[in-house]
Structure formats: C-alpha cells, structure tokens
Design a protein around this ligand. Sequence first.
Ligand SMILES: *Cc1c(COP(=O)(O)O)cnc(C)c1O
Length: 320
Amino acid sequence: MQVTIADVLRARMLLKRYLPPTPMWSYPVLDEVAGARLRVKHENVQPTGAFKVRGGLTLLAGMPADERERGVVTWSTGNHAQSIAYAAQLFGVRCVVVMPEHASEVKVRAVLGYGATVALHGADLTEAREYGGKLADAEGMRPVSPAGDMALLAGVGTAYLEVFSAAPDLDLLVVPVGSGTGAAAACVVAAALAPGCRIVGVQSAASPAGYESWRAGTCLSRPNRTMVDGLATGEGYPLPQSVMRTGLSDFLLVTDEQIDDARRVLAIYAHTLAEGAGAAALAAVLTHPQQFAGRRVGVMCTGGNASAAEIAALAPAGIG
Ligand SMILES: *Cc1c(COP(=O)(O)O)cnc(C)c1O
C-alpha cells in the first residue's frame, strides 16, 4: 500500500473549501544567522496551530456517510487530537479522544473546545491507544490511528504541494519527524514535483526511534525522553518508514536544547511563536551549517502550540 501524488492532489481538492494555503516567507536576518537562503513554511498559522489539521480534515471529508454516523475514536496527547476534533466538529461527527491521565490541561481544553469528548485513560499513549481500540469496538466507532492512515498522509501532503509551488527551486527541505507521516508525505510530493530537492528528516536525539529505524531499514523501539511533544515517539512506524526509506536523503538529530535555541531565533528574527517540534527543522539547519551553507533551504515550521512553559523558556538565554 502506497500513497501517491494523485492521492495528495485529491486531498487538495477536498481541503480547498476548508483551508487556505499557508504562507512561506523568507527573513533576511534569519538567513544571515543561518548562512543559508531559507524559506519558512508557516503551518503554525493553521486554525488548530499545526499542519496535522490537513490530515484530519481529509480523513473526515472522505469518510462514507455510515461511518460518519457512527463517529470516530482517536488517541493522542496533542496536535493530532486537535486535528481530529476540529474536523469532526466541522462535519458534525461524534468524536471521542482518549488522552493519557497526565495530559496537559491546555490540550484537554483545546480538544473540549472543539466539542469532542475527552476520555482520560492510562499512564501513557500506549495505554490510551489500547483503551481507544476497545472503545471503538464497543461503540462501533471508527478508530483513527495517528500514524497508520493513508488519508492522513495524503492530507498532510498538501502542505508540500504548497511548498513546491511557492518555492520550486529548493535544494533541500527540512522536515521534523515524529511518526514520520509528514516527512513521508514530503517525499511523495517531492518525488513527483521537485525531484531535485533533497528531503532531510529531523528528530530529537532524546527520542531517536524514527532515525534509528531509518538507518537500520527496519522498525525499531527506542527510549522516548524528549520534552518536545510532536516528536515524542518510541517506535518507528511501518507506513511512513517504508516511504522515507528511499525518499529521505538524510536524517539529522538535534538536542532538545538546540530546539529551544531555534525557537528563540524564530521568535526574534521571524516573529514566529513555534512549539518545539515546529522549530526542530530550523535547529537542524543551525546545528549542521556545513550541510546547508549557501543553499536554498525550505524549513517546515509545523506548529505553534507552545505550552506556557515553552513560552516562558523563550526569555532568558542568549540567542544565535
Ligand atoms: C505531529 C507533529 C510533528 C511530527 O509529525 P509526524 O507526521 O508525526 O512525523 C511535527 N511537528 C508538529 C508541530 C506536530 O504536531
């Protein structure tokens, strides 16, 4: 099973009525700091604050009427939950989101704000996922896995249609990797529309399962200790890994501290509030200057849902 450029183009048709394209800007002082010619893709301005809403809307828009009737169940600690809840509300579909018991208050509120039901269950996402599966069975609702769904991959791929239409001549495009759905979509779109552009994945060194799975060519589990929400995964996922295996030209690791530095740089030189995952791509550029020097580089700012603690952490330290 493979997602093709035709699936992404179909998703764009579905999404057109619901989401305008997001901007892609360059910032001269940011280019000076990075020593490269950057174009920042601003998915932080999506209505839910992250690119994932493209996937949620595509999934719900394409769901048959009888499935919509029965509702959806998903599990997530963050942006995926908001994406599905937002889309379910738009299409009038009942939605239950299972979140781990310690889930952040702000995120629970955001999901409730979109009219979804929140079930707090389990110590972590694995337990929440088990419970979500059981709930889906018991209630006859459609389970929506954050990483395994072709519609999600096709939907998030529409961001890359916009990237290559705004910047057709990129040498490199840097994409943060959690499950790898977004990066896999970037690979599919680049192969069709910008074969000369190299796609580079980025992960936190504190949660390197996707990176190590890619290096090994097989899905692995690894410790999951990053503080960066969208990047906090402990395993490689088969569907996105199968696409990234040939589609990514490189995969870089950055530390959580380097991600924080990149958030400060974005705040000061690109007047952009990014969450950690939204600054990881820039962090990779800033910490591997020799790979990007003088090149035209697309930088995915995937999300802006910074927690109160992340916003407070912007203030003290010096900047690059
Ligand atoms: C989910 C997420 C990511 C990682 O995306 P995947 O498709 O899971 O690899 C990156 N940034 C943000 C803001 C996210 O919400």
